[in-house]
Structures are given as C-alpha cells and as structure tokens.
Design a protein. Structure first.
Length: 258
C-alpha cells in the first residue's frame, strides 16, 4: 500500500546538499559545509535571519548556482519550477498568456498550452481571470498566477523563495492552505524559504534552521503531522503553539551564538 498524501515519515530524500560551500565573486563566503536532505512529496522550509544563505541554498538545490565545494543531489531540470519573491508577470500579457509562457518556450502548441494554462489557473482559484491583465489583480492574485505558471509544466519539485512575504496576513493564510492542497493533489516536493517561524511550522514537514556568517545548518526539526492539521483549527491548536515555541527557541540560539 502506498503512502497517503502528506505522509512523509518514510519518504526518500529526492534532493540535497553534501558538504556544500559557495563563495560569490566579491569574495563573500555565502554558505559553508551545508548538509541537508529534502524528502520526496514533503515541504522543507529553510528558516533563518537575513543574510544566512537561505536563498543561496535554494538556488544551489535548484541548479541555478554551482557549488564551489561539495555535491548537489537533485532532480532533472525539466522536473522543477521556481517561484520568486515577486510575481514577475509580464504586464502586457494577459493572465493566461503569462501562465502558458513556459509551455510556449518548450514549443508546445498554442491550443494545448492555453488549455493547460486554464487548468493551472483553475487549480489556484483563478479560472475566471484568464483574460485579465496583471494590473487588474490584487497582490495575492498575482502570486496565485505566479504559482499557476510554475505548476503548468507539471513539475515534481517546486522551489519557492519567500513568495508570500509581501502579502497581508489573510492572503498569506489562504495561499499557505492552497500550497498544502496542491502538494497533496500533485504529490509535489516543495522547498520553501521564509523568515516566519509561524509560516514554517504551518507548512513544513521538515524545518532547516540556518545561521549566518557564513550560512550553515544550525538545526533540522522534523514536524510530521496528519494531513488534516490545516486551517484555523491547526493554527489555534496546542500542538501548533508548542511547535512554534520549539522552533523559536532554535532561532533564538541562532541570534545569540558566536
């Protein structure tokens, strides 16, 4: 019998870093000796203060950067998608055209690409906004379009670099719930960067707490939960509060070490 969606307790590692260091051209050592594993069909959150190398680690895992030392284990490039902090939508293209762009670049026919774009938009609750322009959308809607564009190629792994940080709390909560639903429906592996303890605890099956100067892994906290532990009931539960307290303690260690 296969695992139920959201059950990541025995999932295999699908990507990871082994002894990875990265130095930028200016000579800054961004991360040093990073070891981590991301489990298949799980959400791994990279959490830590500004400047600790979270985005660098994400880009190393995604193959957007090459390490100076160590090894990267990852999926084939065609199996991945990346969602940035900003929606990065083309303002002159309608929503549907923005979403189908990755398929156009792959040479997919216009009708097939349009159908796939509409299906991806429907999966994030925007099936009726295909003909809209980005300027007609709220910030939360624009991020949903960005997520639909990432999903239209049907990736196995989605990398997300603080995609909800600029949104109001209610929009962020809704998108957190949507992400977990899409992870279960599509059996996605997600690597998600955030500054927020509360967001990390809500989303993650595994939290990687990083410290800075240079960036390195301070702690790895596995946070398995039943797939039903979502929404307001989980956010107001004792289990959620206890996990937030535990992760906050680890973050406090990061701010006081060295």
């Amino acid at each position: 019998m296969g695992e139920a969606p959201g059950d990541t307790t025995t999932a295999a590692a699908v990507l990871g870093l082994h002894g990875v260091s990265k130095r930028y051209a200016a000579g800054v050592l961004a991360v040093r000796g990073v070891d981590l594993e991301c489990r298949e069909e799980a959400v791994t959150c990279l959490l830590g203060p500004s400047g600790c190398g979270k985005s660098t680690v994400l880009k190393l895992l995604a193959g957007l950067l090459d390490p100076d030392e160590g090894d990267v284990v990852g999926p084939f490039a065609g199996d991945t998608a990346f969602v940035f902090q900003e929606p990065t939508l083309m303002p002159w293209r309608r929503v549907g055209a923005n979403v189908r762009l990755p398929l156009e670049l792959r040479g997919v026919g216009r009708r097939e690409a349009a159908d796939a774009a509409h299906a991806a938009l429907a999966s994030v609750g925007l099936g009726d906004r295909t003909r809209s322009y980005p300027r007609e959308l709220s910030g939360g809607m624009k991020m949903r379009v960005s997520l639909a564009r990432a999903l239209v190629t049907e990736p196995r792994v989605v990398f997300m670099d603080e995609p909800f940080a600029a949104l109001d709390e209610q929009s962020r909560f809704r998108l957190n719930d949507d992400l977990l639903r899409l992870r279960d429906e599509r059996r996605l592996t997600v690597v998600f960067v955030t500054h927020s303890v509360y967001e990390a605890v809500y989303l993650a099956d595994r939290i990687v707490v990083m410290s800075a100067a240079p960036g390195r892994v301070h702690a790895v906290i596995d946070t398995p939960r039943h797939p039903d532990q979502t929404g307001r009931a989980f956010r107001t539960s004792v289990a959620y509060a206890e996990r937030c307290a535990e992760v906050s303690e680890r973050m406090l260690e990061v701010s006081t070490d060295e």
